[in-house]
Ligand binder design. Structure first.
Ligand SMILES: Nc1nc2c(ncn2[C@@H]2O[C@H](COP(=O)(O)OP(=O)(O)OP(=O)(O)O)[C@@H](O)[C@H]2O)c(=O)[nH]1
Length: 484
């Protein structure tokens, strides 16, 4: 290669590098690469062609100097043409030189078209991806039959490599913009954090979901979303998983920017670099607040009596077993009282079921007001209620508590249309640990005591009855108490 040719290569190389370094529009760069080839090989026209979407034929990607008639003629060339240009050749970067399209047998099928378009020679160089897949071809069409000299071949080779880089960048940008569009369209919030958990990027749905704009949160860590009710155990699980470069999937309670609660189904995955080191964490957040509220409501309903809104029998059983456990630990006593309204049936019969319902509701709130917050009043069914009095050190306060409970029925119930209704109350009681340690047994004892109280309703001295293994007539006096 003589000094002039060497200089020519150096000049083109510099021009290619300048074009690449300039950045900007990929199409403009490809056009510039075509023009540089044309400068190096006068009386030739350059075209960059890439496979069609289905990969069978060819379409023109850049051909700034090609008359439109020629570009249209080349656009959509068949798979066979792509082969002739060397696109699928097994060897890497081997040019295909057709010195004379009118006599070369490889151009037989396009001879007429070539003559019509004035393509008399064609030098083409395949452009390949790292994985060997063909990305396209860089072709120079001569208006006269000709073969390239060594310099021209070298320049074509360099042009093809540079075009490959630009196409690669184009593909990356296309993929990135597809990804951007998908992330912008999803209703899931997406977050990208560095290995230290510092947030680097969030999508628009993240802002919609949390109220935090990108500028509020970029540079912070997801702890900005935590609050007093965020489960520390879940936080620790996330921390541990990420520290070990593992994924995390689970539900966490976050706080929106305005302080409102946000239940989130969280899916965090590490993104590794080529050496297997965590490079980023990719988090997808799905808002489960509505689902959570619904679940809580269903759970509440399962534990709540719909008429009085008191805890139901199910809730009573779990409360009682917990209360007994605590009482065992703290060596305190628990009292279980089963209450039944006296002569409630006539209320329904006289004033109607709706009035009966209203009375039960009013009685429920009076009973609830009569006990401490830590105690429990539950509706057991019909006109029956259960009180569980916890943390009793001794039974000294019992007369007072009983008085307060009975006070619930001492004032008449004011119903619609000025109707005043009075009812009585009966109660059967049992106590932990004296009578039993099992909640179910204690409830049975209280029921049995209530039954005895009801049986003696007409002639009884007290409105309540303690459970006794054997029915002793002076049960109340034996415990040193007097009923009202
Ligand atoms: N309004 C209303 N009535 C109910 C409800 N559940 C049960 N009852 C009625 O409550 C009454 C309870 O029956 P009892 O306890 O035998 O009737 P009682 O007149 O209170 O009899 P004693 O308890 O022996 O004084 C029945 O008439 C049931 O129909 C309810 O949710 N609403």
């Amino acid at each position: 290669m003589n000094p002039t040719e060497q200089q020519c290569i150096i000049d083109l190389c510099r021009s290619i590098l300048a074009t690449m370094a300039h950045g900007g529009d990929a199409q403009a760069q490809l056009d510039a690469l075509c023009r540089l080839q044309e400068q190096a090989s006068p009386s030739s026209l350059a075209a960059l062609m890439i496979p069609t979407h289905r990969g069978r034929g060819l379409r023109v990607l850049a051909a700034p100097s090609l008359p439109s008639r020629m570009a249209e003629g080349l656009d959509g060339l068949s798979a066979e043409a792509a082969d002739v240009f060397g696109m699928h050749a097994a060897d890497d970067q081997v040019p295909v030189i057709v010195a004379d399209t009118s006599s070369d047998p490889r151009w037989l099928a396009w001879r007429d078209m070539a003559r019509e378009l004035g393509i008399m020679a064609c030098w083409s160089m395949p452009i390949r991806h790292d994985n060997g897949q063909p990305w396209g071809i860089f072709a120079l069409f001569g208006t006269q039959p000709s073969v390239p000299n060594a310099t021209q071949l070298k320049l074509l080779d360099m042009g093809a490599v540079a075009a490959g880089l630009v196409i690669h960048r184009m593909r990356l940008m296309e993929n990135a913009s597809i990804l951007d569009a998908a992330l912008a369209a999803t209703t899931d919030a997406v977050l990208l954090a560095n290995p230290d958990g510092v947030i680097e990027w969030v999508n628009p749905a993240f802002t919609t979901m949390t109220g935090f704009a990108a500028e509020d949160i970029i540079g912070a860590t997801p702890q900005i979303l935590h609050g007093p009710l965020t489960d520390p155990e879940v936080k620790a699980r996330i921390r541990d998983a990420l520290r070990q470069g593992q994924s995390f999937r689970g539900e966490i309670l976050y706080y929106r920017k305005d302080g409102s609660l946000l239940w989130n189904e969280l899916n965090i995955n590490p993104v590794f670099d080529a050496r297997g080191k965590v490079q980023r964490f990719f988090g997808i957040h799905r808002d489960t607040t509505a689902m959570h509220a619904m679940r809580e409501q269903v759970e509440r309903m399962a534990y709540t009596d719909p008429l009085t809104a008191l805890p139901n029998r199910h809730a009573l059983e779990s409360f009682l077993s917990q209360a007994l456990l605590r009482a065992k630990q703290n060596k305190t006593q628990v009292l279980v009282g089963m209450l039944d309204v006296d002569d409630f049936k006539p209320v329904n019969d006289t004033w109607g079921h709706a009035t009966g319902d209203a009375l039960l509701r009013a009685l429920a709130s009076r009973l609830q007001a009569a006990v401490r917050e830590t105690d429990l009043v539950a509706r057991y069914g019909g006109d029956e209620f259960v009180v569980v009095l916890v943390d009793l050190q001794a039974f000294d306060d019992l007369p007072l508590i009983m008085q307060r409970i009975h006070a619930a029925v001492e004032q008449p119930f004011s119903m619609r249309d000025g109707v005043q209704i009075r009812v009585g109350l009966s109660m059967g009681m049992t106590q932990y640990p004296q009578d039993d340690a099992d909640g179910e047994v204690l409830l049975r004892h209280a029921d049995a005591a209530l039954y005895r109280s009801k049986t003696n309703k007409a002639g009884r001295e007290a409105w309540w009855e303690f459970w006794q293994p054997v029915a002793l007539p002076a049960a109340a006096d034996a415990r040193g108490m007097n009923g009202s």
